[in-house]
Every structure is written in structure tokens, then in C-alpha cells.
Design a protein around this ligand. Sequence first.
Ligand code: PEP
Ligand code: MN
Length: 338
Amino acid sequence: MIVVLNKNVTEAQIKHILDKAEGLGLRANVSRGVEKTVIGLIGPEDVLRVTPLEVFPGVEQVIPVLAPYRLVSREYQKEDSVIKISKDVKIGGKKIHVMAGPCSIEGLKGLRAIAKKAKSAGATILRGGAFKPRTSPYDFQGMGEEGLKILQDVGQETGMATITEVMDPRQVELIAKYVDIMQIGARNMQNFNLLKEVGMTKIPIMLKRGISATIKEWLMSAEYILSNGNFDVMLCERGIRTFETATRNTLDINAIGVVKKLSHLPIIIDPSHGSGEWGLVGHGAKAGVAAGCDGLMIEVHDHPEEAFSDGQQSLVPKRFAALMKDLEKIARAVSRSM
Ligand code: PEP
Ligand code: MN
């Protein structure tokens, strides 16, 4: 941490800061320049969260050197994390896995039909919401446990791994019994009690980026899960809110490179929520694969016009299959497989 001092800082003020820092177990090094005097502090910077040096007289600015997240950082682990979901599904390796399925689980027959087609097109993970975070309390809220049973049954029938959203710490135990991956939705990215709760499980977690969250905030949320003991975390960029109104969200393709630079965790791209429009899903998916994502989440529905949620951004299975063929070519071009 670097503490930049005011131009007219007094010796007494410098001594006050040094005494405090050394009292907290930090090593201090004063560097007196012509224009500015700065103090370099070495040691566990966490102690400064309780005693912020910014408020000390004579201090102009405090510049942290280390990122506030640790376990998720590249410094902590140089190699990419590979998350084992099942015997055949490992996320973060050479193969790019695709999670496909309806926004909401609507019934056994419908899910089974979609799953079979998604699987034969190359998807390895079946998605479907049983507890839905809807903007309106009057909209369909999901099938609950009945939906989880359907998801589990169809996953087993088709040999696909499964993922569903958990919205509340009280649902974690129940949902963990039914699925292979738990999804934390964008609206709950900073539900810290939920993050702690899933951090205490051994189930892989996919953490979606909050609607208006910075990448730093997103990584701090992931840190909550890892610091509670669960290292099987993947991140999912699903579009953020910007000034642009032409699309539901703005898919932040930069997030792939930034996350790869800062963290060892795998990153998934969700071009369905990232655009909000089925005609745009392929563009985002292709960009994601080209830019180095480790997986995709795509909403697929046999009858989007009748879907209980997000029909407007769902691909019909035929279009999904055609997209998968294009994605395979892109994956190969960037030394990945699908
Ligand atoms: C979803 O995956 O259906 C969903 C609600 O996602 P998000 O949290 O990204 O809006
Ligand atoms: Mn959805």
C-alpha cells in the first residue's frame, strides 16, 4: 500500500501515521521527494480496513497495491481451475461446454423434448429454472421442487449434467440434492448470506455477474464462496446494464479477457440474457468462443411463443443445432473443442 502525503504534511503527522502503521504490524518506508512524500507499507493490508489511513491528517491518497480478493486471484493460483462436474464434464479445460435448456422448467414432456434435441446438438449440461427471480410478483415463479425432480429425471435419462438457480439460503439444501451445478443469478450476486451458504457445500457453483456489478465486485462475491471452502466456482457474464436500450443488456466481451487476467476461475458466457433477443444470441455466442470463454449458457425452447419466461430470447432447437455447428469451427480455430 502506498500512502501519498499532502505537500505541507508536518513531521508530527508523519510520525503519527508511522506509529499507527507499525502498531498494526506493518513495515513502513518513508520516501521524501521534492514534490511529495510517500510512505510504502508492507504487511497484511487487511488491518487497514478497520483503521483507514485516508482519515489521518496529512494524508492525500492511499493506493492499494494488492487486489482485495485473494483466493480467486491469478497470484494465488497460476494454472486455470478445471471444475469437475461429472465423469465427462470438466469446465475450464480444452473443451467448451454448453448449457442449454428452457428459462423455466414447465413440465416433464416439454423439458424431455428440449433436452434430447439440445443433447444431440452437442450440449452437455441441461439448464432450467425451478425457482425464478421474476421482476413482477405476478409472473410465473417456477415449479419449485416438482421442477427439480423433473430436471433430475431428464438429466439422468439423457445423460446430461444439470444446472438450476438457487435464490435463497433456505433452498440450498433442497436444491443440492437434485442438481450438479447451482446457479447464483445476477440479482443475487451480492446476496452474501447466500454466497456463504453455497460456499459451505461441495456442489459446483456458477456465479452470474450482477446487472450493474463491476468485475471487481463480481470477483469479491466469488471470494465469498471460495473463502467458505468451495473452490468449484465458475463465473458467468450475462450482460450488464448500460445506457444502451437497443438490447436488454450489454454483453461485456471484455470480461473474458479481464477475468482470465485477474483470476484462475473459468468463465461462461450467456448470450441469451446478454442480448434478450433470439436473433442476437448467435452473435454473442460466437464472440464468446472466439474471445476465450470456457462455456456457454443458451436458452432453448421448442415453442418460444408459449414459453413461461424469456421466450423472446430462446432459440428453437433447429437454430441451436445450426449455431453449435458454427461454434465448433470457431472453437477449432482457437485450439478448443466443443
Ligand atoms: C436465468 O438464467 O434464467 C436468469 C434468470 O439469469 P440472470 O440471473 O442472469 O438474469
Ligand atoms: Mn431466463
